[in-house]
Design a protein around this ligand. Structure first.
Ligand SMILES: [Zn+2]
Ligand SMILES: [Zn+2]
Ligand SMILES: [Zn+2]
Length: 141
């Protein structure tokens, strides 16, 4: 998907069969402004009294099924999510302070060729890939 401007999400929600309720738009705006993938707890922190956890879960799940957001695994024991409308990228995650850096350079063609051969698959549709390590400021602590 191409990158999408905030004003376009209302239309996009409609196109996906959702009503553009304030809470849905709020959640999408949060994702849009976020510098890194958000957990459900972080979303609820921001929405405070506007939506309870169950509502947020339900909306995030539905948006996930619709393909508007996708899950990212930071190995935190809970899921993080980001807009699937963003350009393809990976993440570099500091295991000490939680800093997240987007890595937009992606060349997995060699790996994919290998995977197809090993698995005997006809086609690979997508991949997700995160890197875990220690950032330079944590290393110097
Ligand atoms: Zn987390
Ligand atoms: Zn760090
Ligand atoms: Zn990639």
């Amino acid at each position: 998907m191409e990158s999408v401007k905030l004003e376009q999400y209302r239309t996009l929600l409609h196109a996906l069969g959702f009503r553009a309720t304030p809470v849905r738009l709020c959640i999408i705006e949060l994702f849009h402004k976020a510098k890194k993938p958000l957990s459900i707890a972080e979303i609820q922190d921001d929405l405070k009294n506007d939506a309870d956890l169950a509502t947020i879960y339900r909306i995030v799940n539905a948006l996930g099924v619709a393909g508007l957001i996708k899950q990212v695994d930071f190995q935190h024991g809970h899921a993080h999510y980001e807009l699937a409308t963003r350009e393809h990228h990976h993440h570099l995650i500091c295991q000490k302070c939680g800093k997240v850096v987007d890595i937009s350079k992606c060349d997995t063609s060699g790996l994919e060729k290998q995977a197809l051969k090993i698995g005997g698959f006809a086609k690979i549709n997508s991949h997700s890939l995160e890197f875990f390590g220690v950032c330079s400021s944590c290393k110097n602590k």
